[in-house]
Design a protein around this ligand. Structure first.
Ligand SMILES: [Zn+2]
Length: 502
């Protein structure tokens, strides 16, 4: 009997005990795994967002729409991830997801530039209506480049310029050619282009056009209308100030730009009562410290006159070609001195880390300066201490996914550094940078590529949208109203999208 029992234990009992231990080990392992999963999620930028039942329902629907879209592109062997924005633009536009995202309130567009707003097709159509609009149709030289536009008085037209409307009427292929010259495309991901050289030519082609006061007014109204149509309620423009002019009056002081823009905003408010605008006085990184000092003086002067319109200061242009933020230390110290004397604050909104290189250390300065928002911050992920500080100091990174792909910083958008920032808890917002130059309007395209490529959910979308207002330079009262408006818009969107996607 005893022997039999021993045999039983030997044969079955011990393995049974062993199996129990294995089950316990597995459970403990799984518990640790689940805890790690929770801890990772808790570090994300959107960890504090609690979704309502309606938002959870919408999240599930959008998840399914994305899944269907990806299954379909897979079935059709469309190489979605290894294509440029330009190549997949029609696919985006025909997707169900794009229609939903278009109706989503976007809050604010925090990062865009003067000259990058209204689309090229409209620009050509609007410019040709002016009989005083000309186009340069000769080879590039030091002064002008092929396709450069400008307004000139009769008898004062520089050599090489021809009347735009006449040129378009007499040369059938010119409209298409000019349109292409105003856009920057990354045609495919493997061709070589010196993107910044081409990018700056796009701005040169229109920079004689924009200061012409009648055209200026049309241009910004159109730009704002496009944004409002895409459910953007607030805009902040990195603004390069240039004296407006017309032929009756000549040049106007810089203040005219601001008062004219205020008039345009007033006009916008007739149809979009909540629409608002702030300007960030911008100059260039390729200038020297002395020139920047002069620019800062003008910025302070304008901010004193228009404290509700000018929110701060930035330096733009190719970071690889320009001076480092660190080299302008003298200017940053001067800002503090002027602020102390005058009581006028001049927060910085610097472009920093629009680069793939560790030798570009512009993001280091951000944590040492009064700079709450960072333009691009692509290489921030290579500076972990700075990333930690930016998180601690509650600074926001303005991410522009499509711009980053077109200018050659990221090819496959799934590998965009913003994913690291978001999952590590760095606050971000979604931006379009220079949509007119990239051939699109609004903010929906950028949200679409982010939603698809970064596997976002409604929680992340909501946080990105609300961040854009919370980190805007609206004053306390304006912000309160803007958040209230956004809240209503957001809840309406969730409700309507839920109904339509049933
Ligand atoms: Zn920019």
């Amino acid at each position: 009997m005893m022997r039999k029992y021993l045999t039983y234990i030997l044969m079955l009992g011990f393995p049974l005990l062993g199996a129990q231990t294995k089950v316990a080990e597995k459970a403990a392992y799984q518990e640790k795994w689940t805890s790690l999963d929770t801890q990772n999620t808790a570090m994300a930028f959107d960890a504090d967002v609690k979704l309502s039942d309606a938002e959870i329902a919408l999240d599930k629907k959008l998840f399914q729409i994305r899944k269907q879209f990806l299954t379909e592109t897979e079935k059709q062997h469309i190489p979605l991830y290894s294509r440029s924005f330009n190549e997949i633009k029609p696919l985006i536009e025909s997707s169900k997801l794009f229609k939903v995202i278009q109706t989503m309130p976007k809050g604010a567009l925090l990062h865009t530039h003067s000259g990058g707003l209204a689309n090229a097709e409209w620009l050509i159509a609007a410019a040709r209506k002016y009989k005083e609009c000309y186009v340069y149709d000769q080879k590039d030289n030091d002064q002008f480049i092929f396709g450069q536009l400008g307004f000139f008085e009769n008898g004062k037209v520089p050599n090489g310029f021809v009347n735009l409307n006449q040129k378009l009427n007499s040369d059938a292929g010119f409209e298409k050619q000019l349109h292409e010259l105003l856009l920057l495309k990354r045609d495919n991901l493997c061709s070589y282009t010196d993107y910044w050289i081409e990018f700056e030519k796009r701005f040169q082609r229109i920079n004689l056009l924009l200061p012409y006061r009648p055209f200026f007014k049309e241009y910004y109204l159109k730009g704002f209308q496009d944004l409002a149509k895409d459910n953007v309620q607030h805009v902040e423009i990195r603004y390069i100030f240039d004296e407006l002019y017309d032929f009756e009056h000549g040049k106007y002081p810089l203040e005219k730009t601001i008062t004219d823009l205020q008039e345009i905003v007033k006009q916008m408010r007739q149809t979009n009562p909540q629409f608002s605008l702030k300007l960030i006085y911008s100059s260039f990184k390729f200038l020297d410290s002395e020139s920047i000092e002069k620019q800062l003086d003008i910025a302070f002067k304008l901010k004193k006159q228009f404290p509700d319109m000018i929110s701060g200061f930035d330096l733009v242009a190719d970071e690889a070609a320009g001076n480092s933020i660190n080299s302008f230390q003298k200017n940053w110290t001067k800002i503090n001195e002027i602020t102390k004397k005058s009581g006028i604050e001049m927060p910085l909104f610097l472009h920093a880390g629009e680069s793939n290189s560790v030798f570009n250390k512009n993001v280091l300065d951000i944590t040492l300066l009064n700079n709450q928002r960072i333009g691009h911050g692509l290489n921030l992920v290579y500076f972990p201490k700075s990333m930690e500080l930016i998180k601690q100091q509650n600074k926001l990174v303005e991410v522009s996914p499509i711009s980053n792909q077109i200018l050659g910083y990221v090819s496959d958008l799934r590998n965009h550094p913003a994913r690291v920032l978001l999952s590590s808890g760095v606050q971000c917002s979604i931006n379009s940078d220079d949509p007119a130059v990239y051939g699109y309007e609004g903010l929906s395209y950028d949200f679409w590529v982010a939603y698809i490529n970064w596997e976002l959910d409604v929680k992340a979308l909501k946080k990105l949208v609300f961040n854009s207002i919370n980190y805007s330079s609206l004053n306390k009262n304006e912000k309160k109203q803007a958040v209230e408006y956004l809240n209503t818009q957001w809840n309406d969107f969730v409700q309507i999208a839920n109904q339509q996607l049933n």
